[in-house]
Design a protein around this ligand. Structure first.
Ligand code: SF4
Length: 345
């Protein structure tokens, strides 16, 4: 399918097809500006000019899993592990609210020290002391834990599927199971979480057709927040020597996701900004409407290294908040003040 025919399909309002999605994902440099402009126009018409800030609190880099692309994988003995105490987490959350974040993303490796009840208690404490909207991103757990956290007040959950290609998923997740992850996402949806997922782009052997199937699967799932992470090889992982994904691949996917999910929340991810100094701005001008600056204590930031070259490691939460706001205003956008819940139509 030609680029312009594919763009017409996505702009028609009809359900997108795999061919059109793949044609846009694979578009060349000549067509890419038209893709970004179309996504930007859809973003203005649907979610508007406001950019939602979520404070990202990376509270533990301990992980039971061994994902082949991730610097926090269990077998990476060279990473110094940390785990914030419940009191540190609660204090950091309160600080984030004082800095003007209406929403907090609590992220960690799959760290079972945080049992269901223990994390529920932390969530309840934060909800009791603040009016923060809380997003959890702590991986695959059983339904009982997801239920406890939801009942404790967690509003949203992020769990990236990474890829729906069974063979590719198996190759990069030696101790994980695609069907299990899909089941987790369905459980989270049933429990009433605002649901975030997303994909990694530029994985070895990944094709535009495979990414198009990912987008269709995310549509079927009804994902409401969509993150795109370029694959950035980490030197202490089995994929250290693989070719990484590129910023342009990730940007095309952000734009395609905006066309396919007009009302979703789509972040300009830190990983994209790590590949291009203006990565956040470019993503915000190609469909994205969310930024997640870290509020993680500065002395732990470098230890949360999912991938190398991560930016803002020496900054504190106040500086990050100020820097991001200035960047958002510099491109003519405003910072949202509300919690930024998903838009359901
Ligand atoms: S991607 Fe997540 S689950 Fe996999 S090793 Fe890294 S932190 Fe653990």
């Amino acid at each position: 399918m030609t680029f312009s025919a594919a763009l017409d399909v996505l702009l028609s309002g009809a359900p997108p097809c795999a061919d059109a999605l793949a044609a846009l994902i694979a578009c060349g440099d000549t067509d890419a500006p038209s893709l970004y402009a179309a996504a930007d126009q859809v973003r203005v018409a649907t979610v508007g000019n406001e950019v939602h800030l979520r404070g990202l609190l990376e509270f533990s880099n301990t992980c039971r899993r061994n994902c082949d692309y991730c610097g926090l994988r269990r077998d990476n003995a060279r990473v110094e592990r940390y785990r914030l105490t419940p009191d540190e987490i609660i204090a950091t959350a309160c600080e984030a609210e004082k800095l003007g974040f209406p929403s907090l993303v609590m992220q960690s490796g799959e760290d079972l020290w945080f049992t269901g009840p223990r994390l529920a208690e932390i969530i309840r404490a934060i909800k009791g002391k603040t009016s923060l909207a809380i997003t959890l991103s702590v991986g695959e757990r059983d339904e009982a834990d997801y239920r406890l956290w939801r009942e404790a007040g967690a509003d949203r959950y992020l769990l990236r599927i990474e890829t729906t290609d069974p063979e590719l998923f198996r190759r990069i997740h030696p101790d994980d199971d695609l069907e299990g992850r899909k089941a987790c996402l369905l459980t989270l949806k049933r429990l009433g979480y605002q649901l975030g997922s997303g994909v990694m782009v530029g994985l070895p052997g990944q094709t535009p057709a495979a990414l198009a199937r990912d987008v269709l699967w995310l549509l079927d799932l009804g994902a409401e927040m969509l993150g795109v992470g370029p694959f950035i090889p980490h030197p202490e992982t089995p994929l250290a020597d693989a070719a990484g994904g590129t910023f342009d691949q990730a940007l095309r996917l952000v734009a395609v996701l905006r066309l396919a999910f007009p009302y979703a929340h789509i972040p300009a991810t830190t990983a994209m900004a790590s590949l291009d100094p203006l990565g956040r701005e470019k993503a915000l001008q190609a469909g994205a409407n969310v930024v997640m600056p870290a509020v993680t204590p500065t002395d732990r930031r470098a230890l949360y290294a999912l991938y190398p070259g991560k930016i803002c490691l020496d900054d504190n939460a106040r500086k990050c908040r100020g820097c991001i706001e200035a960047r958002i205003r510099a491109i003519g956008r405003s910072v949202a003040t509300g919690p930024g819940h998903v838009i359901r139509r």
